[in-house]
Design a protein. Structure first.
Length: 262
C-alpha cells in the first residue's frame, strides 16, 4: 500500500497537467462546434471531404450534433489518452532506474513482484481517472447544447473505448520497460509503435483492401464511428484483454530477470 501511495503521489502532477491541457482543447473545440450546430448549409459544404474525415475516424453526416462533432475530433481523445498511457506505463516501471532509487527500494522487505503489482495498480487507477475526467469534462463543456440520450450513450461507449485503447498501450509500455536493457528506449519505442499503428489505422479507413489488418491495430478496435452507433464487438474486447494480460504477465517474467541499472 505504501508503494501504491508513493507512485500515486509521484505521478499526480503529470496527470493534472495532461487532463487540464486536454480539457482546454475540448473547451476550445466546443466553441468551434457552435458554428456547425444547427447549420445544415455549412455541413453540406464539407460533404466533399468525406474521405478525409473518414481517415480521421469520423463522419461529416453527424457533425451538427455534439456526439457527432466529438466523434470527428476523436483523434484529440484517442491519441492523448494512448500517449499518456504509453508514457505512464513506461516511466512507472523504469522510475527507480531513472531516479537511481532502485538499490534503496529493493533493500526493503518487499519482493519485485510486490513492487510490480503496486505499480500496475497505481498506473491502471490513474489511467481510469484520466479517462473519467476527460469524459466528465466533455459532458460539462457540451452541456449547454441541450444534450440527449444519444450523446450520453456515446460518452459511455467512449469511456470503454478510451480505457481499453489506452490500457493496451500502457501495458505495452510496461512490457518494453521491463524487457529492454536500456530503459530510456522504452518510452520512445512505445510512442513509435503508437504513432505507427495510428498511421496504419488511417490507411485502413480509406483503403478497403487493408481491412484485414484491423485485428492488429488497437485504434481499430473501438472506433468513434462504432461508438456513436453503440457497437462494441466482442472479438475486439477479447483481443484487448488478451494483449493487456499478456503484456502484464510478460512484465512479471522479464522484470525478475533484469539487472537493474543503479
Amino acid at each position: 500500500m505504501n508503494i501504491i501511495k508513493r507512485e500515486l503521489r509521484s505521478n499526480l502532477k503529470a496527470l493534472i497537467i495532461w487532463v487540464s491541457v486536454l480539457s482546454l482543447i475540448i473547451l476550445v473545440a466546443s466553441t468551434e462546434f457552435a458554428v456547425y450546430h444547427d447549420n445544415p448549409d455549412l455541413i453540406a459544404a464539407f460533404e466533399g471531404f468525406e474521405d478525409m474525415f473518414a481517415a480521421l475516424g469520423g463522419s461529416i453526416a453527424n457533425i451538427g450534433t455534439p456526439e457527432g462533432f466529438l466523434s470527428l475530433m476523436s483523434i484529440y481523445l484517442y491519441l492523448p489518452a494512448s500517449i499518456y498511457g504509453a508514457l505512464l506505463g513506461s516511466l512507472i516501471i523504469s522510475k527507480e532506474e531513472k531516479d537511481r532509487t532502485a538499490e534503496y527500494l529493493f533493500t526493503l522487505p518487499v519482493t519485485r513482484n510486490q513492487v510490480l503489482r503496486s505499480k500496475i495498480i497505481a498506473a491502471i487507477f490513474y489511467q481510469i481517472v484520466f479517462v473519467t475526467v476527460i469524459i466528465l469534462a466533455s459532458i460539462l463543456i457540451f452541456y449547454r447544447y441541450d444534450l440527449d440520450e444519444n450523446f450520453y450513450s456515446f460518452m459511455r461507449h467512449m469511456f470503454v473505448a478510451l480505457t481499453m485503447t489506452s490500457l493496451i498501450f500502457m501495458s505495452i509500455g510496461m512490457l518494453l520497460a521491463s524487457y529492454l536493457e536500456q530503459y530510456k528506449r522504452s518510452g520512445s519505442l512505445t510512442l513509435g509503435l503508437l504513432i505507427g499503428t495510428y498511421m496504419l489505422n488511417m490507411l485502413i479507413e480509406v483503403v478497403e483492401e487493408l481491412e484485414f489488418l484491423k485485428y492488429v491495430v488497437p485504434f481499430q478496435y473501438f472506433t468513434a464511428e462504432n461508438m456513436i452507433n453503440s457497437n462494441i464487438e466482442f472479438i475486439f474486447v477479447f483481443l484487448s484483454l488478451l494483449i493487456i494480460t499478456s503484456c502484464l504477465s510478460g512484465v512479471f517474467i522479464f522484470y525478475k530477470k533484469r539487472d537493474l541499472y543503479i
